[in-house]
Write a protein that binds this ligand. Structure first.
Ligand SMILES: [Zn+2]
Length: 122
């Protein structure tokens, strides 16, 4: 990884927010394992622990499913605050998760596009 790559704005490997100066490469073997960047010490801790369990690769599938599940509470709180909870109240959890996934996917895709274009995402 070059200095220019390190200076490039990229999304955090865990949450998708803009990565800052936190990085991890399994066993420090950049020739064998990907170098991941993170937004915070919290994401670095989570991401590096995940990579250590998965031979240097971050497997987000379990984390993503859990994050979506745990985001339901925040979504319900926001909908309740705005008086919008009624239409969601009797919906199956799969529908609720679809709303959360749509927001997260849209957010991450935009962060990735802006990073690829070299724009400041904020
Ligand atoms: Zn992060």
């Amino acid at each position: 990884m070059s200095r220019a790559d390190l200076g490039r704005r990229v999304p955090c490997a865990v949450c998708g927010f803009e990565a800052r100066s936190f990085g991890y490469c399994h066993q420090l073997r950049r020739d064998r394992h990907p170098y991941y960047r993170f937004c915070s010490m919290r994401c670095l801790t989570v991401g590096s622990a995940n990579a250590q369990r998965n031979f240097g690769m971050i497997d987000k599938s379990d984390m993503e499913m859990r994050a979506i599940r745990e985001a339901r509470r925040e979504l319900a709180a926001a909908l309740t605050e705005m008086g919008l909870m009624a239409p969601f109240f009797d919906r199956p959890t799969a529908d609720i998760d679809r709303v959360i996934e749509a927001c997260v996917d849209g957010f991450q895709a935009s962060m990735q596009r802006q990073s690829d274009a070299g724009d400041c995402p904020f």
